[in-house]
Ligand binder design. Structure first.
Ligand SMILES: *[C@@H]1O[C@H](CO)[C@@H](O)[C@H](O)[C@H]1NC(C)=O
Ligand SMILES: *[C@@H]1O[C@H](CO)[C@@H](O)[C@H](O)[C@H]1NC(C)=O
Ligand SMILES: *[C@@H]1O[C@H](CO)[C@@H](O)[C@H](O)[C@H]1NC(C)=O
Ligand SMILES: *[C@@H]1O[C@H](CO)[C@@H](O)[C@H](O)[C@H]1NC(C)=O
Ligand SMILES: *[C@@H]1O[C@H](CO)[C@@H](O)[C@H](O)[C@H]1NC(C)=O
Ligand SMILES: *[C@@H]1O[C@H](CO)[C@@H](O)[C@H](O)[C@H]1NC(C)=O
Length: 737
């Protein structure tokens, strides 16, 4: 590690005088070129020898919003045959482009608990980005569902660090297999939308390492090219100028060889952002609509006057070029062929291929069967009534920009992480398509407010399927008073009253929920509600995926990637709804009034909180039913040093084939001071009726460690608990380290 003392200078930062701190010390960890970064890093180091300061600065500074075809653009440097870079949103598909696939939300990908589907999702997404000529996909997101209301929870991988680490890193592996740079975002502590640019997420060191860091750490191990620093402050320092996080943790501890880009306009200063560890300023200008940049000419000047060392600039450029070279983008990478801001300029390349099949498969595999009292799969029914506006395919699924509004079924949240649908199949159409060939009569009523009509329609059918929803998204759009984060956990559009009325009218009521996360279910004990499905946000094939599960074409195996409690009071943390936070002329929150979001629940996120506080959830983390049944037996554990190998036999004891998601939870010995068990392994296995298989899990030294100013093996007796959900343990055993 190198440290440099900065100089006492007065720096003109974007036209403003700001006194640089005197004698401050910034940690500096230059790129190491470790592992398979060796070759691209040395090549990049050769290339930068040819560059002037202006050219180097051009590679690290975006050209500004709507100045190029993509949401972020880096200009070309012909001298080194560098064609520039196109950066584009977002996890669910290519934003601002036509003829693209709208995939399911990441929360659905996580809910499959299927490693192959996670990686395949990344591959297909990466393929589309490549074919549109996008160098850097701004995906995946891996902030945790710390609160049930968090607006962007659907863009992330759920509430558990282990699941999120695997889901995110496999998506990265898939995206980068196509030669597209993936972006691990948002680093770190961006778990809510309210005041996200002007509040500090205060996270203690242990919680950082055990809960919020693992997905980023796994992303780095998977070779991720880029990490996006977050809008918020962490412990009082903006994330994009936080040397502790960006230098000491990311590079010093985790040996990150790629580059850190700022979230759009999250670089809040010139010199501090550069020395703090950001390597690329996006979108480039100081704030949306501004004409100048904290970097660009200001960075040239700061490098020339020594207030930002040349070594730091060289490191930024090396990292960016190394990621570009590592993906092989210096050869045969398609030029960008769409324009985000002027569709007439694009060549409308159709990149969808057969990806719809995968979307449908993930949609069905992520549909969580919460409850089923013999009504599903649908069998021998003659008439089905489909109720609720959420069942309806919207006339124009792109009616609202960035999906910021609800009209018909909710298939995605809103914000930058969305894409334009080329089509959307709603539940009614999906059900109709499979019911009609079977001679099943499907009736409907889509009006959420005319509950008597819904009840009347339901009454005349054998089965009533009532589709209800909640929605959330990114804070720059407010929908029905929800500024990104949800204001409450109840259903939207009169959903609870609709469910109640339908259930009162039909003894075989099935509730289908589209939602970014947990909702309250005041009707859950209604004796006529025979089944409940949580379909989350499945993307363009929504209705077909749902029908596959309802009619038994797919045996459900989706698992909740978060906990559903009975009441809102039972969650360990909630969004803090700060509004109108005062800011200074640079849009920075003012230290005296800057809200602090204390992550005071510490490690007790989601099911860890339920366990520690002894709160019985309505549906626990990892829960999800099947149309068959599975039996667990023969748990075997062996240890070697500080690692363990666990195996278990699982048998399909029911009448139909299906997937079981085998889950391994570990309870650490007292020295680790954890009053909860933790997910440390999962495997989705397919079994024919009557078939058995053995599932193996390896517990690494890290799995058996806790953070106390460094990773320490928790010596003592570990308890292994295995089963079908965090609340359904079937076999257990112990081992000693
Ligand atoms: C935040 O501050 C706390 C208390 O000073 C400290 O323990 C912790 O390491 C800091 N966390 C980060 C991420 O810097
Ligand atoms: C591609 O997009 C353009 C413009 O939206 C549209 O006219 C064209 O039909 C699309 N092509 C396909 C194959 O969908
Ligand atoms: C995407 O949909 C919006 C409407 O929500 C529309 O204004 C925009 O032109 C569409 N973009 C493309 C590339 O088709
Ligand atoms: C379907 O059911 C409705 C309501 O009972 C009835 O009016 C209609 O005739 C039925 N359609 C068919 C094709 O059976
Ligand atoms: C919760 O928010 C939704 C969406 O804004 C709204 O429709 C619903 O009425 C709210 N519920 C309560 C209890 O206020
Ligand atoms: C472990 O398994 C035994 C035998 O089935 C059971 O009695 C016990 O309750 C289980 N312990 C836990 C913590 O699940």
């Amino acid at each position: 590690m190198y440290r440099y003392l900065s100089f006492a200078v007065l720096a003109v930062v974007a036209g403003q005088l700001s006194a640089a701190p005197v004698g401050d010390v910034y940690p500096f960890f230059p790129v190491t070129g470790s592992g398979d970064w060796g070759v691209p890093v040395s090549k990049a180091k050769e290339l930068i020898k040819e560059l002037s300061v202006d050219e180097k600065v051009a590679i690290v500074t975006g050209i500004g919003w709507a100045n190029g075809p993509c949401v972020g653009n880096i200009q070309s440097v012909p001298k080194i045959q560098f064609p520039g870079l196109c950066l584009q949103d977002g996890p669910a598909g290519i934003r601002f482009a036509d003829n693209v696939t709208v995939f399911g939300a990441s929360i659905n990908v996580a809910a499959t608990f299927d490693k192959d589907l996670m990686e395949q999702h990344g591959q297909l997404l990466g393929k589309e980005f490549r074919q549109k000529g996008v160098n850097i996909a701004l995906a995946p997101a891996m902030n945790l569902a710390r609160t049930p209301e968090g607006g962007r929870n659907w863009e992330g991988q759920g509430a558990d660090p282990y699941l999120a680490a695997i889901s995110a890193s496999l998506q990265i592996k898939g995206i980068q297999s196509q030669g597209v740079i993936a972006t691990a975002k948002h680093f770190i502590g961006n778990e809510q939308e309210h005041a996200r640019e002007k509040s500090s997420s205060d996270i203690d060191d242990r919680t950082l390492h055990e809960i919020y860091l693992p997905p980023f750490e796994a992303s780095i191990k998977a070779g991720v090219g880029a990490i996006m620093c977050a809008y918020n402050l962490v412990n009082g320092t903006y994330a994009c100028e936080n040397p502790h996080l960006l230098q000491t943790v990311l590079r010093g501890e985790l040996d990150f060889n790629g580059f850190v880009m700022t979230d759009w306009w999250a670089g809040m200063s010139g010199r501090e952002t550069a020395l703090g560890g950001s390597d690329m300023m996006m979108a480039g200008e100081t704030m949306w609509g501004a004409k100048e940049s904290y970097w660009g000419p200001n960075l040239v000047r700061m490098v020339n006057d020594g207030s930002v060392p040349m070594a730091r600039l060289d490191d930024m450029v090396t990292r960016i070029l190394a990621a570009w070279l590592k993906m092989g983008q210096d050869k045969d990478f398609p030029p960008t062929n769409f324009n985000s801001f002027d569709t007439s300029k694009g060549s409308h390349v159709d990149v969808r291929g057969d990806h719809a099949e995968h979307v449908r498969k993930v949609g069905a595999a992520s549909t969580v069967l919460l409850k089923n009292q013999g009504v599903l799969p649908l069998n021998k029914v003659k008439t089905v009534a489909v109720l609720g506006s959420d069942a309806r395919t919207p006339e124009d699924p792109n009616k609202f920009a960035d999906r910021g509004g609800v009209d018909g079924t909710v298939a995605l949240g809103w914000g930058s992480g969305t894409a334009n649908f080329t089509y959307l199949v709603g539940p009614y159409d999906g059900i109709l398509a499979q019911a009609t060939p079977q001679g099943i009569n499907v009736t409907h009523s889509f009006d959420d407010w005319d509950v008597s009509k819904a009840a009347e329609t339901a009454k005349q059918a054998d089965v009533a399927i009532v589709c209800v929803a909640a929605d959330s998204g990114e804070g720059f759009i407010t929908v029905e008073g929800n500024a990104g984060d949800r204001n409450n956990l109840t259903l939207w559009n009169n959903g609870d009253a609709l469910v109640q009325a339908v259930a009162d009218a039909n003894p075989n009521t099935i509730v289908v929920i589209h939602s970014p996360g947990a909702i309250t279910m005041p009707w859950i004990q209604h004796p006529n509600i025979k089944a409940v499905l949580m379909a989350l946000m499945p993307g363009q094939e929504s209705g077909n995926s749902l029908a596959d599960v309802l009619f038994g074409k797919t045996n459900p195996s989706g698992r909740l990637p978060f906990t559903i409690n009975t009441t809102p009071e039972e969650y360990g943390a909630h969004v803090q709804y700060h509004t109108n936070v005062p800011v200074d002329t640079r849009n920075r929150c003012i230290p005296e009034t800057c809200p602090h979001i204390a992550y005071s629940e510490g490690l007790l996120v989601d099911y860890r909180y339920n366990e520690a506080k002894n709160i019985e959830p309505l549906f626990g983390f990892g829960h999800g039913l099947s149309y068959t049944s599975f039996q667990y037996s023969g748990l075997a554990i062996s240890t070697s040093g500080s690692t363990a190998r666990v195996s278990v036999t699982v048998t399909n004891t029911g009448a139909v084939p299906g997937h079981e998601v085998v889950q391994l939870y570990l309870r650490s010995p007292p020295v680790a001071q954890k009053s909860f068990k933790e997910l440390k392994g999962f495997s989705r296995v397919f079994l024919e009726a009557g078939q058995s298989t053995t599932v193996d899990f390896d517990l690494s030294e890290r799995d058996c460690s806790f953070w106390n100013d460094g990773w320490k093996v928790a010596q003592g007796t570990f308890e292994v608990l295995m089963g079908a959900s965090s609340r359904d343990m079937r076999v257990n055993g112990t081992f000693v380290i």
